[in-house]
Design a protein around this ligand. Structure first.
Ligand code: UDP
Length: 318
């Protein structure tokens, strides 16, 4: 990637901003153009780059025409990603994963750029195969409340595969499992942000359903390290990245109570429709291909995230 401009879409988001930081640090000869329409991203996530001459920001919806000129690599991370956000922005979510992805693939084709697509464990839907391997095609409801996200990402995978197969674009795809850390939106409705904010406020932790559904939580620095490695590989089929240690939501609530020292109670609320009952990545492919595996356990990652959520609470109560 020598002396090339790297495009990061969704750069003001949780993952996009951490990815931008990692690219600037690891590829000192490169510049990064961060693009975001700020529909769910937050410029505060990029504020620390104000004095960085190798970084520029463009407020742009990637579904609309624009051409940044020659780029060496495109990381396509633009999309609402939390259930609350894609429920609110349903049509926008479908558009960014279809028209937006094709637009970015055409730029990669035009400039012979490398391409990495942020995909998701939601491609597996509510899975019958556990843990989820990349060869599993998934069980997704095409018209349910999650369909705007799941099908937009599944369409993105089809488009990325086609632009590679038909036009020889140098593509990669990462299926990202639940990830958390500083810069996660405090109010995005996800389990880690909800529980952290509720615990810090001394409010009850809202466990949906019986709390026995599972997720496997990856700390953001682990995920980003895997993504950068994947970007340098020649693997064109999807690769799972996530932490394979699985927790029930009740266990997750207990971890957060213990890390925050909160005395909050646990209350149960209705389980949202089509909420996957379990999720855990099989990361054998990433281990073999990239020599990658996560190193940060949930307890440690929550401790690393605590100061960030405390700052969110302080900002909210100003
Ligand atoms: N969840 C919960 N309480 C909350 C928010 C979420 O019990 O306040 C549950 C939710 O029902 C799901 C899991 O936590 O089973 C993860 O939800 P999240 O929205 O973080 O992401 P998902 O993995 O479902 O996309």
């Amino acid at each position: 990637m020598k002396q090339k401009k790297i495009l990061v879409t969704g750069a003001a988001g949780f993952l996009g901003s951490h990815l931008t930081d990692a690219l600037l640090a690891q590829f000192p000869g490169n510049s990064v153009l961060g693009i975001d329409d700020l529909s769910t991203g937050n410029l505060a996530n990029l504020a620390h780059l104000a004095g960085e001459p190798r970084f520029t920001f463009l407020n742009q919806d990637i579904t609309l025409p624009f051409d940044p000129g020659p780029v060496g690599y495109i990381f396509n991370f633009a999309s609402p990603a939390s259930p609350v956000d894609y429920d609110r922005l349903g049509p926008e979510t479908l558009l960014v994963g279809s028209a937006g992805t094709i637009h970015m693939l055409n730029l990669a084709r035009k400039y012979s750029a490398g391409f990495l697509q942020a995909s998701t464990s939601e491609c597996y839907g509510d899975p019958e195969v556990h843990p989820q391997v990349e060869t599993y095609w998934g069980r997704v409801n095409p018209i349910g409340p999650r369909s705007v996200y799941d099908e937009s990402k599944r369409f993105s995978e089809a488009a990325v595969t086609a632009w590679h197969r038909y036009y020889g674009v140098d593509t990669r795809m990462v299926r990202i499992f639940n990830t958390y850390g500083p810069r996660l939106q405090a109010n995005d409705g996800r389990v880690i942000s909800n529980f952290m904010m509720q615990a810090l406020r001394g409010e009850p932790l809202t466990v949906y359903g019986d709390g026995l559904q599972t997720r496997s939580f990856c700390y953001v620095s682990d995920l980003i390290a895997g993504i950068v490695r994947l970007s340098q590989s020649a693997e064109h089929t999807p690769v799972n990245l996530g932490n394979p240690t699985e927790f029930t939501m009740l266990e997750c609530a207990q971890e957060i109570l213990s890390v925050t020292g909160s005395k909050s109670a646990i209350v149960h609320q209705p389980l949202p429709k089509d909420d996957p009952t379990r999720r855990r990545p099989d990361i054998a492919k990433a281990r073999a291909l990239l020599g990658w595996e996560p190193t940060v356990a949930l307890r440690e990652g929550l401790q690393k995230s605590l100061a960030y959520f405390q700052a969110c609470l302080a900002a909210a109560s100003k």
